[in-house]
Design a protein around this ligand. Structure first.
Ligand code: FSX
Length: 369
């Protein structure tokens, strides 16, 4: 791809920090935090800082289509890098109809102007799915269909970032019966890199971190669903703090039983962590405060294609009530479910004994005091 690059006369990221009253030290702390987020080795962390100090800010155009604005809500809660640093210092945000002050024809004109100046080099960020039938008539913004807007703005983009499961895979708008004929960004943009940042919504630091990575190094290494491997390379289950309970066969079987109170594995309550690739278990949410499993609810699998239609959120993978009839990815999930089912069956035989042993060792158990 062409390198994402700036409108004419854009300052570098370092210059932008300084123009906004931040010291070089703050800039370097920002670089260090971002390098850590991206798990960069020391040598690449230095390159990141060097690139951000010397490269001008790229122009970013952000379009929203069929979505609930949860993705943008999520982005506003990015702790490191913060949204403020992203839009005031790291990129030149030329258009976002929710964040920008301008409205109406002047906003549209500013977008056209930014596209002209950075043609072939700007980054297009999209959230939401795009309805295709009737020339896209089911989603119209500023008198133009989402379909026409996407095709128009994508034409001059160096790369497209699809933020959220709706933009990445169709998400809720595409869910059965898909009344508007919604499709994902990658179904319409085929001639340039598309990076999918799935999740309903996505983890905010994955959005900001991916934008910074794209600016500094280009397109990151992607998985089979075009998601950055650094964030989507492991399942929730791989990194879940409740995993030791799964391995011991200790499961909550209702939301108010002894297992739930003891913080045991939520697999039997339908947790989709074993087939869901994302960083919730390590990065968590709200500045690393918590994530759904830590709050006592299983993973819904929201960062996987077709998750709304894949089955029952509250039945375990091993029952086969998740993933039937949804194509290739779901076949993989079904196999995974079968394997896990076998593991769960073995675990089940050990469960009662382990429960008896472990519950008496729990600090809240009367016999442990
Ligand atoms: Fe979809 Fe995002 Fe879920 Fe909502 O923009 S991924 S419905 S959180 O808002 O698109």
């Amino acid at each position: 791809m062409s390198e994402p690059s700036p409108a004419v006369d854009e300052p570098t990221v370092l210059e932008s920090f300084q123009q906004n009253g931040f010291s070089r030290r703050t800039f370097l702390k920002f670089c260090a935090a971002t390098a850590s987020l991206l798990a960069l080795p020391a040598a690449e962390a230095a390159v990141l800082a060097e690139n951000l100090a010397t490269k001008p800010r790229p122009t970013v155009i952000y379009l929203s289509f069929q979505e609930c604005t949860g993705c943008l809500e999520s982005l506003t809660r990015s702790f490191s890098p913060t949204l403020e640093h992203l839009i005031f210092n790291v990129v030149s945000l030329a258009y976002n109809d929710t964040l920008q002050a301008a409205a109406g024809e002047s906003a549209e004109a500013a977008r056209e102007d930014a596209m002209r100046k950075a043609w072939g080099k700007y980054v297009l960020v999209v959230d939401g799915a795009i309805p295709r039938p009737l020339d896209g008539a089911y989603c119209v913004v500023g008198g133009k269909s989402a379909l026409a807007s996407l095709q128009h703005v994508a034409e001059g983009a160096a790369a497209v970032i699809a933020v959220g499961t709706c933009a990445a895979f169709g998400g809720l708008p595409l869910a059965n019966p898909n009344p508007t004929g919604a499709v994902a960004v990658q179904d319409l943009v085929r001639d340039k890199p598309v990076i999918n940042l799935s999740g309903c919504p996505p983890i905010p630091e994955i959005i900001t971190g991916s934008v910074v990575y794209l600016l500094s190094f280009g397109v990151p290494e992607l998985d089979e669903h075009r998601r950055p491997k650094v964030f989507f390379g492991n399942t929730i289950h791989d990194r879940c703090y409740r995993r030791p309970f799964y391995d011991k066969g200790l499961f909550a079987t209702s939301f108010d039983d002894e297992g739930a109170r003891n913080g045991w594995c939520l697999y039997e309550l339908g947790c989709k962590g074993p087939t869901t690739y994302n960083s919730c278990a390590t990065m968590k949410w709200n500045g690393g405060t918590s994530f759904p499993i830590e709050s006592g609810h299983g993973c819904l699998g929201c960062s996987e294609p077709g998750f709304w239609d894949r089955g029952d959120f509250y039945h375990p993978l091993s029952t086969g009530r998740w993933g039937s009839g949804m194509g290739e990815k779901l076949a993989v999930a079904a196999v995974a479910g079968a394997v896990l089912g076998g593991a769960a069956a073995v675990a089940g035989r050990q469960r009662q004994k382990a429960r008896n042993d472990a519950s008496t060792q729990h600090p809240d158990h009367p016999e442990a005091k």
